[in-house]
Design a protein around this ligand. Structure first.
Ligand code: FAD
Length: 467
């Protein structure tokens, strides 16, 4: 390393991975510089991912709740949607968080440099700033450059009627008929939003099910609800061509139960994301890439070059903000000489759809495939007082325990707020809790969290009450 390097740690990218790494490094006393190509900090998550999508999903929930009460004693009238105002509110939520990050960086004396960074060699980058090119030398670098949406070849994402998730979050219009290509979390969340705003939704998915990572038992109640709300859900179906023009998009389908051709006002393409490893001139560093373009990183978040760390979406699945944050902290600690490692047993996944679908650890199917003998405890929310008082009865809490040890190894939850409830299962797995630990834990009544305790009691054979 150059003896007079500009910093101990250079962080490239200011998303959840990058800012966590930079803040932790600074807190450990390292001189830290963070480079971000955009003026707004926070990466995909804060600007065009987790946060704006959750703000809009909350708006969707308010509309859906108002509709529910129209039949149950309170009429608010038909919602009048002012897209500009709604967009401004969503942007104000984002602005509070990204502005907050600037303050946190200043407090810690993390210097923020704005502009794209490119490697010159394994100890130098140059950044194209508004004031010209700035060379920066570093002892260690933590690469957190994230990912971006992909589109199948021939899909014209630049056409205004063909959107990726970033375009969809801009709320330019509420299309009358909208097609969502890809039945994963991001596509289904945006479908929830646009359906509530008034779009007629069709979802098309290549696989034989939606949300492929989740236990089919917890996807089923979600599916039942969207079957009523959406015009069509086509599984095992490929979109073979998209032809956008001024007034709409002609879409060609192959396979499944879809028509050969149909027309939509707008199409959202949400078929996956790719790592931004091609934006950095990584060739200059000797860092090894995997076949899928991600950087190969070990449990200390080191790449094949030991002072070059990589974290977050850039190193692969699951591409989730909470994974990036934990990896960022590990990278910073290792760069500071601490004996840290990323050894999370499980990383929860949540679709913030209506109802929410959340899972952590192994599913029953995966257990079977891995030859792991398991016992299952399930609790239907139709027997949970709090759920009924929300006007909902479709939820399920399903816990998976290892036979013999009776330790929890996985959980799937579907229903309102499932994303909050899954955290308890994640903690239980990390702590090595068994079904009795969970069943004997007194959960507050009446809450949805009781369904977690009761699913454990169901597995232990001690469940007595339904309330
Ligand atoms: P990013 O957030 O992608 O940040 C990388 C940063 O690096 C970017 O700001 C980029 O501009 C910058 N950069 C790239 N190249 C350079 C360069 N050469 N020089 C300088 N800067 C560079 N995850 C969840 O956990 N929960 C959710 O609810 C959720 N919802 C999502 C909704 C949507 C619509 C999308 C698209 C994603 C969602 N995600 C969610 C995923 C989440 O946003 C990502 O997992 C997370 O942002 C990854 O963090 P990161 O730090 O690895 O990278």
């Amino acid at each position: 390393a150059p003896a007079d390097a500009d910093c101990d740690v250079l962080v490239i990218g200011a998303g959840p991975g990058g800012y966590s790494a930079a803040f932790r490094a600074a807190d450990l006393g390292l001189k830290t510089i963070m480079v971000e190509r955009y003026p707004s900090l926070g990466g995909v998550c804060l600007n065009v991912g987790c946060i704006p999508s959750k703000a809009l999903l909350h708006a969707a929930k308010v509309i859906d709740d108002a509709e529910f009460f129209a039949d149950n004693g309170i009429e608010f009238g038909k919602p009048k949607i002012d897209l500009k105002k709604l967009e401004a509110w969503k942007s104000s939520v984002v602005g509070k968080l990204t502005g907050g990050l600037e303050g946190l960086a200043k407090q810690r004396k993390v210097e923020v440099v704005t502009g794209p960074a490119h490697f010159v060699d394994d100890h130098h980058v140059k950044v194209e700033t508004a004031d010209g090119e700035r060379p920066i030398s570093f002892r260690n670098v933590i690469i957190a450059a994230g990912s971006r949406p992909i589109a199948p070849p021939g899909f014209d994402l630049d056409h205004p009627r063909v959107m990726d998730s970033t375009d969809a979050l801009k709320l330019e219009e509420v299309p009358k008929r909208m097609l969502v290509v890809g039945g994963g979390i991001i596509g289904l969340e945006m479908a929830s939003v646009y359906h509530a705003l008034g779009s007629e939704i069709t979802v098309v998915e290549l696989a034989d099910r939606l949300m492929t990572g989740a236990d089919p038992d917890i996807v089923k109640p979600f599916r039942k609800i969207i079957d009523k709300r959406y015009a069509n859900i086509f599984l095992k179906t490929r979109v073979s061509a998209l032809a956008p023009d001024e007034s709409g998009v002609t879409v060609h389908f192959e396979g499944g139960k879809a028509p050969a051709e149909d027309r939509f006002d707008r199409v959202l393409v949400s078929v996956g994301r790719r790592p931004n490893t091609d934006l950095l001139n990584l060739e200059a560093t000797g860092v090894r890439l995997l076949d899928n373009g991600c950087i190969a990183a070990d449990e200390q978040m080191r790449s094949s070059v030991s002072h070059i760390f990589a974290i977050g979406d850039l190193i692969g699945q699951p591409m989730l903000a909470h994974k990036a944050v934990h990896e960022g902290k590990v990278a910073a600690e290792v760069a500071a000489g601490e004996k840290s490692a990323f050894d999370a047993r499980v990383i929860p996944s949540v679709a913030y759809t209506d109802p929410e679908v959340a899972w952590v650890g192994v599913t029953q199917e995966q257990a079977k495939a891995e030859g792991l003998d398991v016992e299952v405890g399930s609790f239907p929310w139709a027997a949970n007082g709090r759920s009924l008082s929300l006007g909902r009865d479709e939820g399920i809490t399903k816990l998976i325990f290892e036979k013999g040890t009776e330790r929890i190894v996985g959980a799937g939850i579907v229903g309102p707020n499932a994303g909050d409830l899954i955290a308890e299962a994640g903690l239980a797995i990390e702590m090595g809790a068994d079904m009795h630990d969970i069943g004997l834990t007194i959960h507050p009544h009446p809450t949805l969290s009781e369904t977690v305790g009761m699913a454990a009691e169901a597995a232990a054979g001690t469940l007595t009450d339904l309330y």
